[in-house]
Design a protein. Structure first.
Length: 210
């Protein structure tokens, strides 16, 4: 379901981009009639695509939460909409091109940073392995709250965007592998978590098993 939504979102973004690519090209090439014809032709599809694009975007946002990068992306998209409307209505090439560039930039930004995960703060006391009271599972819980909870939910259940970890049947090594490398819908954590943190978080996840 989530995967389908992600694909629908991506597809609608690409279609949206293609429509604006043609429109911007026609405007820049002074093909007024062609632009009018094309605009009329894609009017209904464009409306459907916009609704899909915004609807899936809002739903995904509610699932995965807001990050700094997403915020920039959303601002770029919402800036480009009035620019595009005014630009094409007034046949203003600068505004129309700017709107197109903004949409492309926000799409590119999302693609480039897809796998980037922001570093979070984990309680250093719990992470200190030289501490005689060091507890792998407690450390793992802190890592979990910082990095995983937003998708997998508190205690591994009710995750809005993730898989219910309490019913996961994969073994520890597979879990470690998935956390490090990632899955279809989950980016790998190899660049943000060290091996101790990965081991700890998986040890915690193992305790969630029903
Ligand atoms: C952006 C949301 C997101 C974040 C953040 C996230 N996950 Fe996931 N995770 C998922 C989704 C969605 C799946 C389902 C796998 C799929 O279809 O790609 C998954 C799958 C998994 C699996 C595989 C389940 C199985 O049965 O093998 C494990 C283990 C896992 N996540 C652990 C973690 C841990 C540990 C963290 C934090 C370090 C984490 N996840 C952070 C979304 C997320």
């Amino acid at each position: 379901m989530l995967k389908g939504l992600l694909h629908t979102h991506l597809l609608s973004v690409i279609l949206f981009l293609l429509i604006y690519l043609v429109k911007t090209f026609l405007l820049l090439a002074n093909k007024k009639e062609g632009l009018e014809k094309f605009t009329k032709m894609v009017k209904v599809p464009e409306m459907i695509i916009s609704v899909l694009f915004l609807g899936t975007g809002i739903y995904l946002l509610m699932q995965f939460g807001l990050t700094k990068l997403l915020l920039i992306k959303i601002i770029a998209v919402f800036l480009s909409i009035p620019l595009a409307i005014i630009g094409f209505k007034k046949k203003n090439k600068v505004l129309a091109s700017l709107a197109f560039l903004l949409i492309v930039a926000s799409y590119g930004l999302a693609e480039v940073n897809k796998k980037r995960i922001e570093r979070q703060i984990v309680n250093p006391k719990l992470a200190d392995i030289t501490n005689p009271d060091y507890n792998l599972v407690k450390h793992g819980e802190a890592v979990y709250v910082a990095y995983c909870q937003r998708c997998h939910g508190k205690g591994g259940t009710n995750g809005p965007g993730g898989l219910d970890l309490t019913v996961s049947i994969t073994d520890r090594d597979t879990k470690i592998n998935r956390v490090v490398i990632g899955t279809d819908l989950m980016a790998g954590f190899k660049d943000v978590l060290n091996s101790q943190e990965v081991e700890a978080v998986v040890a915690y996840v193992e305790t969630l098993k029903k």
